[in-house]
Design a binder for this molecule. Structure first.
Ligand code: HEC
Ligand code: HEC
Ligand code: HEC
Ligand code: HEC
Ligand code: HEC
Ligand code: HEC
Ligand code: HEC
Length: 269
Protein backbone atom coordinates (compact mmCIF):
# COMPACT_ATOMS: atom_id res chain seq x y z
CA UNK A 1 0.00 0.00 0.00
CA UNK A 2 1.00 3.61 -0.32
CA UNK A 3 2.30 4.09 3.14
CA UNK A 4 4.12 7.22 2.09
CA UNK A 5 1.08 8.94 0.85
CA UNK A 6 -0.52 11.80 2.75
CA UNK A 7 -4.29 11.64 3.27
CA UNK A 8 -5.65 11.90 -0.25
CA UNK A 9 -8.62 13.95 0.84
CA UNK A 10 -6.82 16.88 2.41
CA UNK A 11 -6.73 20.44 1.13
CA UNK A 12 -4.43 21.52 -1.64
CA UNK A 13 -2.61 24.81 -1.31
CA UNK A 14 -3.34 27.62 -3.75
CA UNK A 15 0.10 27.36 -5.31
CA UNK A 16 -0.43 23.68 -5.84
CA UNK A 17 -3.75 24.28 -7.56
CA UNK A 18 -2.05 26.73 -9.85
CA UNK A 19 0.58 24.15 -10.57
CA UNK A 20 -2.03 21.52 -11.37
CA UNK A 21 -3.74 23.96 -13.74
CA UNK A 22 -0.52 24.56 -15.63
CA UNK A 23 0.28 20.91 -15.69
CA UNK A 24 -3.09 19.94 -17.04
CA UNK A 25 -3.03 22.58 -19.74
CA UNK A 26 0.26 21.14 -20.91
CA UNK A 27 -0.70 17.50 -21.07
CA UNK A 28 -4.08 18.35 -22.58
CA UNK A 29 -2.27 19.32 -25.79
CA UNK A 30 -0.50 16.03 -26.15
CA UNK A 31 -3.18 13.63 -24.99
CA UNK A 32 -6.89 14.11 -24.93
CA UNK A 33 -7.66 10.59 -23.71
CA UNK A 34 -6.47 11.42 -20.21
CA UNK A 35 -9.18 13.60 -18.69
CA UNK A 36 -8.00 17.04 -17.67
CA UNK A 37 -10.06 17.85 -14.61
CA UNK A 38 -9.05 14.97 -12.38
CA UNK A 39 -5.30 14.86 -12.52
CA UNK A 40 -3.39 15.13 -9.25
CA UNK A 41 0.10 13.75 -8.63
CA UNK A 42 0.65 11.93 -5.34
CA UNK A 43 1.24 14.22 -2.37
CA UNK A 44 4.10 14.13 0.10
CA UNK A 45 3.56 16.68 2.87
CA UNK A 46 6.25 19.35 2.89
CA UNK A 47 8.03 18.12 -0.23
CA UNK A 48 8.48 20.03 -3.50
CA UNK A 49 9.09 18.97 -7.09
CA UNK A 50 12.72 18.78 -8.20
CA UNK A 51 12.65 17.27 -11.72
CA UNK A 52 14.08 14.09 -13.22
CA UNK A 53 17.71 15.10 -13.25
CA UNK A 54 17.73 15.16 -9.47
CA UNK A 55 17.09 11.41 -9.53
CA UNK A 56 19.87 10.63 -12.01
CA UNK A 57 22.72 10.28 -9.58
CA UNK A 58 21.11 7.42 -7.69
CA UNK A 59 18.61 5.92 -10.18
CA UNK A 60 20.67 6.31 -13.34
CA UNK A 61 19.11 3.53 -15.39
CA UNK A 62 15.53 4.63 -14.86
CA UNK A 63 16.36 8.23 -15.77
CA UNK A 64 18.31 7.10 -18.84
CA UNK A 65 15.60 4.86 -20.31
CA UNK A 66 12.70 7.07 -19.29
CA UNK A 67 12.74 9.64 -22.16
CA UNK A 68 11.45 6.91 -24.52
CA UNK A 69 8.48 6.19 -22.25
CA UNK A 70 5.07 7.66 -23.13
CA UNK A 71 5.05 9.11 -19.63
CA UNK A 72 8.08 11.26 -20.40
CA UNK A 73 5.69 13.39 -22.44
CA UNK A 74 3.84 14.29 -19.24
CA UNK A 75 5.53 17.55 -18.33
CA UNK A 76 5.89 19.12 -14.96
CA UNK A 77 5.72 22.84 -14.90
CA UNK A 78 7.12 23.00 -11.41
CA UNK A 79 10.28 21.18 -12.51
CA UNK A 80 13.31 23.46 -12.64
CA UNK A 81 13.75 23.02 -16.39
CA UNK A 82 11.04 22.36 -19.00
CA UNK A 83 12.71 19.11 -20.10
CA UNK A 84 12.79 17.72 -16.58
CA UNK A 85 9.55 15.87 -16.27
CA UNK A 86 7.81 12.73 -15.30
CA UNK A 87 9.17 10.71 -12.38
CA UNK A 88 7.32 12.73 -9.82
CA UNK A 89 3.95 12.37 -11.54
CA UNK A 90 3.86 8.84 -10.13
CA UNK A 91 6.29 9.07 -7.22
CA UNK A 92 5.29 12.45 -5.81
CA UNK A 93 7.57 15.43 -5.14
CA UNK A 94 11.12 14.25 -4.40
CA UNK A 95 12.83 17.00 -2.40
CA UNK A 96 12.54 15.36 1.03
CA UNK A 97 13.53 11.92 -0.31
CA UNK A 98 16.72 13.44 -1.69
CA UNK A 99 17.40 15.59 1.37
CA UNK A 100 17.60 12.45 3.54
CA UNK A 101 19.81 10.69 0.97
CA UNK A 102 17.02 8.51 -0.47
CA UNK A 103 16.12 5.00 0.63
CA UNK A 104 13.10 2.73 0.85
CA UNK A 105 10.11 4.19 2.64
CA UNK A 106 11.87 7.56 2.67
CA UNK A 107 9.43 10.31 1.65
CA UNK A 108 8.65 8.87 -1.77
CA UNK A 109 5.60 7.03 -3.15
CA UNK A 110 6.20 3.57 -4.54
CA UNK A 111 2.98 2.75 -6.44
CA UNK A 112 4.09 -0.87 -6.40
CA UNK A 113 1.10 -3.13 -6.69
CA UNK A 114 -1.46 -0.41 -5.99
CA UNK A 115 -3.24 0.86 -9.10
CA UNK A 116 -4.59 3.99 -7.34
CA UNK A 117 -1.72 6.17 -8.62
CA UNK A 118 -2.36 5.09 -12.20
CA UNK A 119 -6.11 5.68 -11.88
CA UNK A 120 -5.54 9.31 -10.92
CA UNK A 121 -4.86 9.95 -14.61
CA UNK A 122 -6.32 6.87 -16.31
CA UNK A 123 -10.00 7.24 -15.50
CA UNK A 124 -11.07 5.40 -18.62
CA UNK A 125 -8.95 2.41 -17.63
CA UNK A 126 -10.48 2.51 -14.15
CA UNK A 127 -13.94 2.34 -15.73
CA UNK A 128 -12.90 -0.66 -17.82
CA UNK A 129 -11.85 -2.59 -14.72
CA UNK A 130 -15.33 -1.98 -13.31
CA UNK A 131 -17.06 -3.69 -16.24
CA UNK A 132 -18.88 -6.96 -15.45
CA UNK A 133 -16.01 -9.10 -16.78
CA UNK A 134 -12.49 -7.90 -16.00
CA UNK A 135 -9.00 -8.90 -15.02
CA UNK A 136 -9.11 -8.95 -11.21
CA UNK A 137 -6.90 -5.87 -10.67
CA UNK A 138 -9.30 -4.10 -8.30
CA UNK A 139 -9.54 -7.39 -6.40
CA UNK A 140 -5.74 -7.34 -5.99
CA UNK A 141 -5.05 -10.60 -7.86
CA UNK A 142 -2.88 -8.93 -10.51
CA UNK A 143 -1.79 -5.39 -11.25
CA UNK A 144 -0.84 -2.90 -13.94
CA UNK A 145 2.87 -3.66 -13.79
CA UNK A 146 2.25 -7.35 -14.47
CA UNK A 147 1.49 -6.24 -18.02
CA UNK A 148 2.98 -2.74 -18.35
CA UNK A 149 6.45 -1.40 -17.72
CA UNK A 150 5.97 2.02 -16.12
CA UNK A 151 9.52 3.18 -16.91
CA UNK A 152 10.43 1.67 -20.27
CA UNK A 153 9.74 2.58 -23.85
CA UNK A 154 7.74 -0.58 -24.29
CA UNK A 155 4.14 -0.72 -23.35
CA UNK A 156 4.22 -4.44 -22.75
CA UNK A 157 6.12 -6.67 -20.45
CA UNK A 158 8.42 -8.37 -21.26
CA UNK A 159 10.09 -5.79 -23.48
CA UNK A 160 11.97 -6.39 -26.72
CA UNK A 161 10.84 -8.09 -29.92
CA UNK A 162 7.84 -7.39 -32.12
CA UNK A 163 4.86 -5.75 -30.48
CA UNK A 164 2.43 -8.61 -31.09
CA UNK A 165 4.83 -11.33 -30.06
CA UNK A 166 5.47 -9.39 -26.88
CA UNK A 167 1.82 -8.89 -26.22
CA UNK A 168 1.10 -12.61 -26.54
CA UNK A 169 4.11 -13.36 -24.39
CA UNK A 170 2.86 -11.04 -21.71
CA UNK A 171 -0.44 -12.96 -21.64
CA UNK A 172 1.45 -16.25 -21.82
CA UNK A 173 3.12 -15.66 -18.49
CA UNK A 174 -0.24 -16.44 -16.87
CA UNK A 175 -2.24 -18.24 -19.58
CA UNK A 176 -0.16 -21.23 -20.64
CA UNK A 177 -3.08 -23.28 -21.95
CA UNK A 178 -4.00 -20.80 -24.72
CA UNK A 179 -0.45 -19.87 -25.69
CA UNK A 180 1.27 -23.26 -25.93
CA UNK A 181 2.29 -24.50 -29.40
CA UNK A 182 -0.41 -26.43 -31.28
CA UNK A 183 -0.15 -28.83 -34.23
CA UNK A 184 -2.97 -26.85 -35.87
CA UNK A 185 -2.54 -23.21 -34.98
CA UNK A 186 -5.29 -20.69 -35.35
CA UNK A 187 -3.62 -17.98 -37.40
CA UNK A 188 -5.79 -15.35 -35.70
CA UNK A 189 -3.47 -15.51 -32.69
CA UNK A 190 -0.66 -14.09 -34.80
CA UNK A 191 -2.50 -10.79 -34.70
CA UNK A 192 -2.41 -10.88 -30.94
CA UNK A 193 -4.79 -11.96 -28.22
CA UNK A 194 -6.46 -8.55 -28.33
CA UNK A 195 -8.13 -9.15 -31.71
CA UNK A 196 -10.61 -11.20 -29.67
CA UNK A 197 -10.08 -10.14 -26.03
CA UNK A 198 -10.05 -6.76 -24.33
CA UNK A 199 -7.16 -6.68 -21.86
CA UNK A 200 -8.82 -4.69 -19.06
CA UNK A 201 -12.52 -5.41 -18.98
CA UNK A 202 -15.56 -6.13 -21.12
CA UNK A 203 -19.32 -6.39 -20.98
CA UNK A 204 -18.90 -9.82 -22.59
CA UNK A 205 -17.91 -12.99 -20.80
CA UNK A 206 -14.31 -14.19 -21.17
CA UNK A 207 -13.32 -10.57 -21.94
CA UNK A 208 -14.43 -11.04 -25.54
CA UNK A 209 -14.66 -8.02 -27.85
CA UNK A 210 -17.84 -9.52 -29.38
CA UNK A 211 -20.21 -11.96 -27.72
CA UNK A 212 -21.39 -13.80 -30.84
CA UNK A 213 -20.35 -15.07 -34.29
CA UNK A 214 -19.43 -11.52 -35.37
CA UNK A 215 -16.20 -12.11 -33.47
CA UNK A 216 -15.23 -14.66 -36.14
CA UNK A 217 -17.00 -13.18 -39.15
CA UNK A 218 -14.85 -10.09 -39.18
CA UNK A 219 -12.06 -12.30 -40.55
CA UNK A 220 -14.04 -15.22 -42.02
CA UNK A 221 -16.19 -13.59 -44.66
CA UNK A 222 -19.53 -15.18 -45.43
CA UNK A 223 -19.82 -16.13 -49.04
CA UNK A 224 -23.14 -15.45 -50.79
CA UNK A 225 -24.15 -14.66 -54.37
CA UNK A 226 -24.22 -16.66 -57.62
CA UNK A 227 -24.18 -20.43 -57.20
CA UNK A 228 -25.07 -20.28 -53.50
CA UNK A 229 -28.56 -21.54 -52.64
CA UNK A 230 -30.89 -18.91 -51.12
CA UNK A 231 -30.51 -18.83 -47.35
CA UNK A 232 -27.25 -20.79 -47.48
CA UNK A 233 -24.12 -19.24 -45.96
CA UNK A 234 -20.68 -20.43 -46.88
CA UNK A 235 -17.71 -19.88 -44.62
CA UNK A 236 -14.68 -20.99 -46.54
CA UNK A 237 -15.96 -23.93 -48.63
CA UNK A 238 -18.34 -25.24 -45.98
CA UNK A 239 -22.10 -24.47 -45.92
CA UNK A 240 -22.83 -23.03 -42.46
CA UNK A 241 -26.46 -21.85 -42.39
CA UNK A 242 -27.70 -24.92 -40.51
CA UNK A 243 -24.80 -24.72 -38.04
CA UNK A 244 -25.30 -21.02 -37.33
CA UNK A 245 -28.95 -21.66 -36.45
CA UNK A 246 -27.71 -23.79 -33.56
CA UNK A 247 -25.73 -20.95 -31.99
CA UNK A 248 -22.40 -19.16 -32.11
CA UNK A 249 -19.23 -20.50 -33.74
CA UNK A 250 -17.84 -21.79 -30.47
CA UNK A 251 -20.86 -21.79 -28.16
CA UNK A 252 -22.75 -24.30 -30.34
CA UNK A 253 -20.11 -26.84 -29.40
CA UNK A 254 -18.36 -26.60 -32.78
CA UNK A 255 -15.05 -24.69 -32.79
CA UNK A 256 -14.37 -25.15 -29.11
CA UNK A 257 -10.58 -25.44 -29.48
CA UNK A 258 -10.48 -21.87 -30.69
CA UNK A 259 -6.87 -21.16 -29.64
CA UNK A 260 -5.55 -24.16 -31.58
CA UNK A 261 -5.81 -27.91 -31.69
CA UNK A 262 -3.47 -30.86 -31.73
CA UNK A 263 -5.95 -33.14 -33.47
CA UNK A 264 -8.34 -31.14 -35.66
CA UNK A 265 -7.37 -28.56 -38.32
CA UNK A 266 -10.83 -27.04 -37.96
CA UNK A 267 -10.36 -26.62 -34.24
CA UNK A 268 -13.48 -28.45 -33.17
CA UNK A 269 -11.72 -30.34 -30.41
C1 HEC B 1 3.83 5.91 -14.78
C2 HEC B 1 4.21 6.00 -13.41
C3 HEC B 1 5.69 6.04 -13.11
C4 HEC B 1 6.63 6.95 -13.55
C5 HEC B 1 6.39 8.14 -14.46
C6 HEC B 1 7.88 6.59 -12.95
N1 HEC B 1 7.70 5.47 -12.16
FE1 HEC B 1 9.12 4.62 -10.98
N2 HEC B 1 7.76 3.17 -10.40
C7 HEC B 1 6.47 3.10 -10.84
C8 HEC B 1 5.86 1.88 -10.36
C9 HEC B 1 4.44 1.41 -10.63
C10 HEC B 1 6.85 1.23 -9.59
C11 HEC B 1 6.73 -0.14 -8.90
C12 HEC B 1 7.17 -1.17 -9.90
C13 HEC B 1 7.05 -2.57 -9.40
O1 HEC B 1 6.72 -2.81 -8.25
O2 HEC B 1 7.32 -3.46 -10.23
C14 HEC B 1 8.04 2.08 -9.62
C15 HEC B 1 9.22 1.80 -8.95
C16 HEC B 1 10.32 2.66 -8.93
C17 HEC B 1 11.50 2.47 -8.12
C18 HEC B 1 11.72 1.35 -7.13
C19 HEC B 1 12.26 0.15 -7.82
C20 HEC B 1 12.46 -0.97 -6.85
O3 HEC B 1 13.55 -1.50 -6.83
O4 HEC B 1 11.52 -1.31 -6.12
C21 HEC B 1 12.37 3.50 -8.40
C22 HEC B 1 13.74 3.74 -7.80
C23 HEC B 1 11.72 4.33 -9.39
N3 HEC B 1 10.48 3.79 -9.70
C24 HEC B 1 12.27 5.47 -9.93
C25 HEC B 1 11.72 6.22 -10.95
C26 HEC B 1 12.39 7.31 -11.64
C27 HEC B 1 13.79 7.79 -11.33
C28 HEC B 1 11.51 7.80 -12.56
C29 HEC B 1 11.73 8.88 -13.62
C30 HEC B 1 12.88 8.67 -14.49
C31 HEC B 1 10.27 7.03 -12.43
N4 HEC B 1 10.44 6.07 -11.48
C32 HEC B 1 9.09 7.26 -13.16
C33 HEC B 1 5.80 4.03 -11.61
C34 HEC B 1 6.39 5.11 -12.24
C1 HEC C 1 20.94 10.44 -3.00
C2 HEC C 1 20.47 9.30 -3.75
C3 HEC C 1 19.03 9.32 -4.23
C4 HEC C 1 18.39 10.28 -4.99
C5 HEC C 1 18.95 11.60 -5.51
C6 HEC C 1 17.06 9.75 -5.25
N1 HEC C 1 16.92 8.54 -4.64
FE1 HEC C 1 15.29 7.35 -4.73
N2 HEC C 1 16.19 5.98 -3.52
C7 HEC C 1 17.51 6.04 -3.13
C8 HEC C 1 17.87 4.80 -2.43
C9 HEC C 1 19.23 4.46 -1.86
C10 HEC C 1 16.70 4.01 -2.44
C11 HEC C 1 16.57 2.58 -1.89
C12 HEC C 1 16.64 1.71 -3.11
C13 HEC C 1 17.17 0.36 -2.87
O1 HEC C 1 17.42 0.00 -1.73
O2 HEC C 1 17.37 -0.30 -3.90
C14 HEC C 1 15.69 4.78 -3.13
C15 HEC C 1 14.39 4.33 -3.34
C16 HEC C 1 13.48 4.94 -4.18
C17 HEC C 1 12.18 4.44 -4.48
C18 HEC C 1 11.55 3.18 -3.87
C19 HEC C 1 10.92 3.58 -2.56
C20 HEC C 1 10.27 2.46 -1.81
O3 HEC C 1 9.73 2.75 -0.72
O4 HEC C 1 10.28 1.31 -2.26
C21 HEC C 1 11.60 5.32 -5.34
C22 HEC C 1 10.21 5.20 -5.93
C23 HEC C 1 12.54 6.37 -5.58
N3 HEC C 1 13.68 6.12 -4.86
C24 HEC C 1 12.30 7.43 -6.42
C25 HEC C 1 13.17 8.51 -6.56
C26 HEC C 1 12.89 9.66 -7.38
C27 HEC C 1 11.63 9.85 -8.20
C28 HEC C 1 13.95 10.50 -7.28
C29 HEC C 1 14.11 11.87 -7.91
C30 HEC C 1 13.04 12.82 -7.60
C31 HEC C 1 14.90 9.87 -6.38
N4 HEC C 1 14.38 8.68 -5.97
C32 HEC C 1 16.11 10.43 -6.01
C33 HEC C 1 18.38 7.08 -3.32
C34 HEC C 1 18.09 8.24 -4.02
C1 HEC D 1 0.34 12.05 -14.13
C2 HEC D 1 -0.66 11.35 -14.88
C3 HEC D 1 -0.37 9.88 -15.16
C4 HEC D 1 -0.14 8.87 -14.23
C5 HEC D 1 -0.06 9.01 -12.70
C6 HEC D 1 -0.01 7.65 -14.98
N1 HEC D 1 -0.16 7.91 -16.32
FE1 HEC D 1 -0.06 6.55 -17.84
N2 HEC D 1 -0.25 8.04 -19.20
C7 HEC D 1 -0.45 9.38 -18.91
C8 HEC D 1 -0.56 10.13 -20.15
C9 HEC D 1 -0.79 11.65 -20.25
C10 HEC D 1 -0.41 9.19 -21.19
C11 HEC D 1 -0.44 9.44 -22.68
C12 HEC D 1 0.93 9.78 -23.15
C13 HEC D 1 0.91 10.05 -24.62
O1 HEC D 1 0.92 9.07 -25.37
O2 HEC D 1 0.83 11.20 -25.00
C14 HEC D 1 -0.23 7.88 -20.55
C15 HEC D 1 -0.07 6.70 -21.25
C16 HEC D 1 -0.06 5.43 -20.66
C17 HEC D 1 -0.07 4.17 -21.38
C18 HEC D 1 -0.24 4.00 -22.85
C19 HEC D 1 1.00 4.25 -23.59
C20 HEC D 1 0.74 4.21 -25.07
O3 HEC D 1 1.69 3.90 -25.78
O4 HEC D 1 -0.39 4.45 -25.51
C21 HEC D 1 -0.01 3.17 -20.45
C22 HEC D 1 0.02 1.68 -20.70
C23 HEC D 1 0.02 3.79 -19.15
N3 HEC D 1 -0.02 5.16 -19.32
C24 HEC D 1 0.07 3.10 -17.97
C25 HEC D 1 0.17 3.69 -16.72
C26 HEC D 1 0.38 2.96 -15.48
C27 HEC D 1 0.50 1.47 -15.37
C28 HEC D 1 0.42 3.90 -14.48
C29 HEC D 1 0.66 3.66 -13.00
C30 HEC D 1 1.89 2.95 -12.66
C31 HEC D 1 0.25 5.21 -15.09
N4 HEC D 1 0.10 5.04 -16.44
C32 HEC D 1 0.22 6.41 -14.40
C33 HEC D 1 -0.57 9.92 -17.66
C34 HEC D 1 -0.37 9.26 -16.47
C1 HEC E 1 -3.72 -8.35 -18.35
C2 HEC E 1 -2.75 -7.38 -18.78
C3 HEC E 1 -3.03 -5.92 -18.48
C4 HEC E 1 -3.24 -5.36 -17.24
C5 HEC E 1 -3.31 -6.05 -15.89
C6 HEC E 1 -3.35 -3.94 -17.47
N1 HEC E 1 -3.24 -3.66 -18.80
FE1 HEC E 1 -3.36 -1.85 -19.70
N2 HEC E 1 -3.24 -2.70 -21.53
C7 HEC E 1 -2.99 -4.03 -21.76
C8 HEC E 1 -2.91 -4.26 -23.20
C9 HEC E 1 -2.66 -5.60 -23.88
C10 HEC E 1 -3.12 -3.01 -23.82
C11 HEC E 1 -3.12 -2.69 -25.31
C12 HEC E 1 -4.52 -2.80 -25.83
C13 HEC E 1 -4.55 -2.76 -27.32
O1 HEC E 1 -3.59 -2.30 -27.93
O2 HEC E 1 -5.56 -3.21 -27.86
C14 HEC E 1 -3.29 -2.04 -22.74
C15 HEC E 1 -3.48 -0.68 -22.94
C16 HEC E 1 -3.45 0.27 -21.92
C17 HEC E 1 -3.51 1.71 -22.11
C18 HEC E 1 -3.56 2.43 -23.45
C19 HEC E 1 -4.96 2.88 -23.74
C20 HEC E 1 -5.86 1.71 -23.98
O3 HEC E 1 -6.74 1.45 -23.15
O4 HEC E 1 -5.68 1.02 -25.01
C21 HEC E 1 -3.49 2.29 -20.86
C22 HEC E 1 -3.55 3.77 -20.54
C23 HEC E 1 -3.42 1.21 -19.89
N3 HEC E 1 -3.39 0.01 -20.56
C24 HEC E 1 -3.35 1.40 -18.52
C25 HEC E 1 -3.41 0.38 -17.59
C26 HEC E 1 -3.49 0.58 -16.14
C27 HEC E 1 -3.49 1.94 -15.47
C28 HEC E 1 -3.56 -0.64 -15.57
C29 HEC E 1 -3.71 -1.00 -14.10
C30 HEC E 1 -4.86 -0.41 -13.43
C31 HEC E 1 -3.50 -1.63 -16.65
N4 HEC E 1 -3.43 -0.98 -17.85
C32 HEC E 1 -3.52 -3.01 -16.45
C33 HEC E 1 -2.86 -5.02 -20.81
C34 HEC E 1 -3.04 -4.85 -19.45
C1 HEC F 1 -0.28 -11.68 -14.12
C2 HEC F 1 -1.15 -12.72 -14.63
C3 HEC F 1 -2.01 -12.44 -15.86
C4 HEC F 1 -1.63 -11.90 -17.05
C5 HEC F 1 -0.27 -11.36 -17.45
C6 HEC F 1 -2.80 -11.98 -17.91
N1 HEC F 1 -3.84 -12.54 -17.24
FE1 HEC F 1 -5.68 -13.00 -18.02
N2 HEC F 1 -6.32 -13.58 -16.16
C7 HEC F 1 -5.55 -13.60 -15.03
C8 HEC F 1 -6.39 -13.91 -13.89
C9 HEC F 1 -5.93 -14.03 -12.43
C10 HEC F 1 -7.71 -14.08 -14.41
C11 HEC F 1 -8.96 -14.43 -13.62
C12 HEC F 1 -9.13 -15.89 -13.63
C13 HEC F 1 -10.25 -16.29 -12.72
O1 HEC F 1 -11.07 -15.47 -12.33
O2 HEC F 1 -10.29 -17.49 -12.43
C14 HEC F 1 -7.61 -13.87 -15.83
C15 HEC F 1 -8.68 -14.01 -16.70
C16 HEC F 1 -8.60 -13.90 -18.09
C17 HEC F 1 -9.66 -14.18 -19.02
C18 HEC F 1 -11.09 -14.56 -18.67
C19 HEC F 1 -11.23 -15.94 -18.19
C20 HEC F 1 -12.61 -16.15 -17.63
O3 HEC F 1 -12.81 -17.25 -17.16
O4 HEC F 1 -13.44 -15.25 -17.66
C21 HEC F 1 -9.19 -13.95 -20.28
C22 HEC F 1 -9.92 -14.12 -21.59
C23 HEC F 1 -7.82 -13.49 -20.13
N3 HEC F 1 -7.49 -13.50 -18.79
C24 HEC F 1 -7.02 -13.11 -21.17
C25 HEC F 1 -5.77 -12.49 -21.00
C26 HEC F 1 -5.04 -11.82 -22.06
C27 HEC F 1 -5.53 -11.68 -23.49
C28 HEC F 1 -3.87 -11.37 -21.52
C29 HEC F 1 -2.76 -10.56 -22.17
C30 HEC F 1 -3.17 -9.25 -22.69
C31 HEC F 1 -3.86 -11.77 -20.11
N4 HEC F 1 -5.03 -12.42 -19.85
C32 HEC F 1 -2.81 -11.54 -19.22
C33 HEC F 1 -4.19 -13.37 -14.96
C34 HEC F 1 -3.42 -12.82 -15.98
C1 HEC G 1 -9.98 -15.85 -32.59
C2 HEC G 1 -10.36 -15.24 -31.36
C3 HEC G 1 -9.48 -15.47 -30.16
C4 HEC G 1 -8.15 -15.17 -30.02
C5 HEC G 1 -7.21 -14.55 -31.05
C6 HEC G 1 -7.79 -15.49 -28.66
N1 HEC G 1 -8.88 -15.99 -27.99
FE1 HEC G 1 -8.98 -16.52 -26.05
N2 HEC G 1 -10.94 -17.06 -26.26
C7 HEC G 1 -11.66 -16.92 -27.43
C8 HEC G 1 -13.01 -17.41 -27.21
C9 HEC G 1 -14.13 -17.42 -28.22
C10 HEC G 1 -13.06 -17.83 -25.86
C11 HEC G 1 -14.27 -18.41 -25.12
C12 HEC G 1 -14.23 -19.90 -25.18
C13 HEC G 1 -15.36 -20.48 -24.37
O1 HEC G 1 -16.24 -19.77 -23.93
O2 HEC G 1 -15.30 -21.70 -24.18
C14 HEC G 1 -11.74 -17.60 -25.30
C15 HEC G 1 -11.39 -17.90 -23.98
C16 HEC G 1 -10.15 -17.57 -23.42
C17 HEC G 1 -9.80 -17.78 -22.03
C18 HEC G 1 -10.70 -18.40 -20.98
C19 HEC G 1 -10.52 -19.87 -21.00
C20 HEC G 1 -11.44 -20.59 -20.06
O3 HEC G 1 -11.31 -21.82 -20.01
O4 HEC G 1 -12.26 -19.97 -19.40
C21 HEC G 1 -8.52 -17.36 -21.86
C22 HEC G 1 -7.71 -17.36 -20.58
C23 HEC G 1 -8.06 -16.88 -23.15
N3 HEC G 1 -9.09 -17.04 -24.07
C24 HEC G 1 -6.79 -16.38 -23.38
C25 HEC G 1 -6.32 -16.01 -24.63
C26 HEC G 1 -4.95 -15.63 -24.89
C27 HEC G 1 -3.87 -15.54 -23.85
C28 HEC G 1 -4.87 -15.34 -26.22
C29 HEC G 1 -3.64 -14.95 -27.02
C30 HEC G 1 -2.56 -15.90 -26.98
C31 HEC G 1 -6.20 -15.55 -26.80
N4 HEC G 1 -7.04 -15.96 -25.80
C32 HEC G 1 -6.53 -15.33 -28.13
C33 HEC G 1 -11.22 -16.41 -28.61
C34 HEC G 1 -9.93 -15.98 -28.88
C1 HEC H 1 -8.01 -11.86 -36.79
C2 HEC H 1 -8.65 -12.66 -37.79
C3 HEC H 1 -9.37 -13.91 -37.32
C4 HEC H 1 -10.36 -14.02 -36.40
C5 HEC H 1 -10.97 -12.92 -35.55
C6 HEC H 1 -10.78 -15.39 -36.41
N1 HEC H 1 -10.02 -16.10 -37.29
FE1 HEC H 1 -10.19 -18.09 -37.72
N2 HEC H 1 -8.61 -17.97 -38.98
C7 HEC H 1 -7.96 -16.82 -39.32
C8 HEC H 1 -6.94 -17.14 -40.32
C9 HEC H 1 -6.00 -16.12 -40.95
C10 HEC H 1 -7.02 -18.52 -40.55
C11 HEC H 1 -6.17 -19.36 -41.51
C12 HEC H 1 -6.60 -19.10 -42.95
C13 HEC H 1 -7.93 -19.66 -43.23
O1 HEC H 1 -8.08 -20.87 -43.18
O2 HEC H 1 -8.86 -18.88 -43.54
C14 HEC H 1 -8.09 -19.02 -39.71
C15 HEC H 1 -8.50 -20.34 -39.67
C16 HEC H 1 -9.62 -20.80 -39.00
C17 HEC H 1 -10.15 -22.16 -39.09
C18 HEC H 1 -9.56 -23.28 -39.89
C19 HEC H 1 -10.18 -23.19 -41.25
C20 HEC H 1 -9.74 -24.31 -42.17
O3 HEC H 1 -10.50 -24.56 -43.12
O4 HEC H 1 -8.65 -24.82 -42.01
C21 HEC H 1 -11.26 -22.19 -38.30
C22 HEC H 1 -12.17 -23.39 -38.08
C23 HEC H 1 -11.43 -20.87 -37.72
N3 HEC H 1 -10.42 -20.05 -38.18
C24 HEC H 1 -12.44 -20.52 -36.86
C25 HEC H 1 -12.58 -19.29 -36.26
C26 HEC H 1 -13.58 -18.98 -35.26
C27 HEC H 1 -14.63 -19.96 -34.75
C28 HEC H 1 -13.40 -17.70 -34.91
C29 HEC H 1 -14.15 -16.90 -33.85
C30 HEC H 1 -14.09 -17.42 -32.49
C31 HEC H 1 -12.28 -17.19 -35.69
N4 HEC H 1 -11.81 -18.19 -36.48
C32 HEC H 1 -11.80 -15.89 -35.62
C33 HEC H 1 -8.20 -15.56 -38.83
C34 HEC H 1 -9.15 -15.24 -37.89
Amino acid sequence: MNHQRGGTGHCLGAAFLLFVGLFVSLIANSCSSVPRSVFAPPEIPGATFVGNRACYECHTNYVRTFPASPHARVHFYAAPMPDQAGCESCHGPGSKHIAVGGGRGQFIVNPGKDAATCFQCHLQTHAEFNLPHHHPVLEGRLNCVDCHDPHGSDLFKPSGGLAMARLNESCASCHREQTRPFVFEHEALREGCTVCHTPHGSVNRKLLVESDSNLCLKCHAQVQGPGVAPGEIYIGRIPHAAFLRQGGCWTAGCHTAIHGSNVDPRMRF
